[in-house]
Design a binder for this molecule. Structure first.
Ligand SMILES: NC(=O)c1ccc[n+]([C@@H]2O[C@H](COP(=O)([O-])OP(=O)(O)OC[C@H]3O[C@@H](n4cnc5c(N)ncnc54)[C@H](O)[C@@H]3O)[C@@H](O)[C@H]2O)c1
Length: 249
């Protein structure tokens, strides 16, 4: 397999490092600002030698990149975040081209499993009124959103499964007690932490915590390469969740 990488920043470089360590060749690197790039913009011609194309660029570039890969007849793994409103358009492009695409804003395979564990654990806890529930997440000090998308996804799963939690509390709670129907989601930003998520269940007599800690960007690159192998030879557009449904059965 030979790959093309659109967006040669932190993730693009990590994907190259990991791909090459697995004996996967890199046929194209596309980035307007990287010295190592083979092209500055994604065009069908620039992608010609790649069997599969990764996009880890930015939200304003991603639709143009999807169009270029589809025009070249290439399947794609899209990790770029912030373009979910354009998903129907992407679906149409991929359908017309007869190509395949898998997307996620978090390609950690472990996180995908963690979301499922949170789903089944919170279903059990919903029947046990003695437990309160919380979510906490911590990330490096360069992250600009809080809470992050994954913390929101965890909170969404809990809210769906636990009818006694009807309100999210993301911000500071000054001068009042948190009410029982609120699910507190806490964010901490500091240092170099690549991402740690905790789902906690707390009663008067015990505490349970589910923890997922990403060690480095390699976690996302591993999942993206896993997704590349999975989407090879497939047609249509899939979320990582749909991919994991088919992998886990
Ligand atoms: N899905 C995941 O698991 C996952 C993990 C980490 C980051 N991300 C997302 O991936 C994206 C990239 O993250 P990063 O940390 O590598 O960012 P980064 O800023 O280090 O790299 C982005 C690169 O994209 C390049 N770029 C910008 N416009 C481009 C275009 N039109 N064509 C080609 N390249 C272009 C930039 O020059 C830059 O080198 C972000 O949206 C981030 O949120 C996803």
């Amino acid at each position: 397999m030979k790959i093309g990488i659109i967006g040669y920043g932190k993730m693009g470089k990590e994907i190259r490092r990991q791909a090459e360590s697995e004996g996967i060749g890199v046929a194209a690197v596309i980035d307007p600002g990287a010295l190592e790039a083979t092209a500055k913009a994604a065009t069908p011609e620039a992608l010609v030698g790649a069997d599969i194309v990764f996009d880890f660029s930015n939200k304003d570039a991603v639709m143009g990149n999807i169009r270029a890969a589809a025009a070249a007849g290439k399947n794609m793994v899209v990790g770029t975040s912030g373009w979910s409103d354009k998903l129907p358009e992407a679906e149409e492009i991929v359908k017309q081209a007869g190509t395949g695409l898998v997307y996620s804003t978090n390609f950690s395979v472990g996180m995908s499993v963690f979301l499922r564990i949170t789903d089944s654990a919170s279903k059990m806890i919903s029947r046990l009124e003695q437990y309160d529930i919380y979510v906490s997440e911590s990330h490096h000090n360069q992250k600009t959103d809080a809470p992050g998308g994954t913390a929101k996804a965890l909170a969404g799963i809990i809210m769906k499964n636990v009818p006694r939690k009807t309100k999210l509390a993301f911000d500071r709670i000054d001068g009042r007690k948190i009410s029982p129907e609120e699910l507190h989601v806490v964010s901490m930003r500091s240092g170099w932490n690549p991402g740690r998520h905790v789902v906690g269940f707390d009663s008067q007599s015990d505490n349970m915590e589910l923890v997922h800690a990403t060690r480095s960007r390699a976690d996302f690159a591993f999942g993206a390469i896993f997704a590349a192998r999975w989407i090879s030879g497939k047609k249509g557009i899939y979320s990582m969740d749909q991919m994991m449904d088919s992998v886990l059965g």
